[in-house]
Design a protein around this ligand. Structure first.
Ligand code: ATP
Length: 324
């Protein structure tokens, strides 16, 4: 009897609700492209163009470059990334708001980050953070990353360009987008390896060893939660030293050295043993020897909040060589 079933259906009694609930979860996050109001271009990356914009408030719109890729595989990769994004809710991760998923208009809409990236602070503005701020930033990165890993998500592209600092709060962006990025660029590659500036310092030995001169779509680089921890090590180094590891080395030398298990020199790093131990552990050659982010948080908590002062009675021997 239809009346009975309506009653027993509880919250789905209204047929409009039932229809709404049956709509697939992907389309819940579908934003009609026409609803987006584009503002200024914030920048161009490997992924495409990022605009500030408006969609029920200020947002960032990441538009995937579709001018030469329009195959089903890209679309599937994109949808997979979107479904990854949907699973994230953490105060140190950028807020995913929805996506435009109808080619040729593919875009991801997130909250607009205020403030600067750590990259801008460290490498452009040459800002120096004191030890307690450095630890506070590292802790928040660890929290966001620990959450991602607990949800089974590998960031794949953790770097200072993808970490914003908004009045003391860390916001991590671009998790899981690496595959889409790569798909967009493969078809234009020639017989050479395109290495975006600054990228190599974040590649763990096992990823480095899998770089190919012509990187095809099916030889995906072996990114894991462990390779994310390696990236964190590099971010930790940049925070501490204000510069890149391997400074001044040509790309070929970095690839060769890291692939063979050599770590960057710590000669420029004035820090206590505990601080360096975190770095060494994150940069371990064997992935499983790298700490998990939950462990990292307790390691960071134990650090003294004051930077070690180098004095004549406390000389260079603390700058332990980083070679494994
Ligand atoms: P790469 O492509 O090598 O990762 P990138 O990080 O600069 O380089 P995008 O991530 O595409 O490239 O970002 C382009 C620009 O947009 C950068 O200046 C970035 O800081 C800015 N941006 C990205 N996401 C946001 C956001 N949610 N809020 C504010 N600005 C953003």
């Amino acid at each position: 009897d239809s009346q009975d079933s309506t009653v027993s259906d509880g919250e789905n009694a209204d047929p409009r609700c039932t229809r709404q609930n049956s709509v697939t979860s992907v389309s819940q996050w579908d934003i009609p492209y026409d609803e987006l109001v584009h503002g200024e271009v914030l920048g161009k990356g490997r992924f495409g163009i990022v605009y500030s914009g408006n969609w029920h408030g200020h947002v960032a719109i990441k538009e995937l470059r579709m001018d030469y890729v329009n195959d089903e595989k890209t679309l599937e990769a994109f949808k997979a990334e979107v479904s990854t994004f949907r699973k994230t809710r953490h105060e140190n991760l950028v807020l995913f708001m929805g996506a435009c998923m109808k080619p040729p208009r593919l875009a991801i809409v997130t909250s607009l980050c205020k403030g600067h990236t750590l990259y801008t602070h460290i490498h452009e503005n040459k800002d120096k953070f004191n030890m307690s701020k450095t630890i506070m930033i590292a802790q928040q990165i660890s929290q966001g990353m620990g959450y991602l890993h607990a949800r089974g998500i590998v960031h794949k592209d953790l770097k200072t360009k993808n970490i914003f600092l908004e009045s003391g709060k860390v916001v991590i962006t671009d998790f899981g987008l690496f595959n889409v990025t790569r798909l967009c660029h493969d078809s234009r590659r020639g017989d050479w390896l395109c290495i975006p500036p600054g990228w190599l310092c974040y590649l763990s030995p096992e990823v480095m060893r899998n770089l190919r001169v012509v990187q095809r779509q099916d030889d995906a680089l072996p990114f894991t939660t462990y390779s994310d921890v390696y990236c964190f090590g590099t971010v930790w180094y940049e925070l501490l030293c204000g510069e890149w590891p391997h400074k001044g080395l040509p790309p070929e030398a970095i690839i060769w050295q890291v692939g063979r298990g050599m770590k960057p020199s710590l000669a420029n790093l004035q820090a206590s043993r505990d601080v360096k131990d975190i770095l060494m552990a994150c940069w371990s050659y064997r992935p499983k020897e790298r700490p998990e982010f939950s462990q990292m948080q307790s390691n960071l908590n134990r650090l003294p909040k004051k930077r070690l002062q180098r004095s004549p009675s406390h000389p260079i021997h603390l700058s332990r060589s980083a070679e494994s």
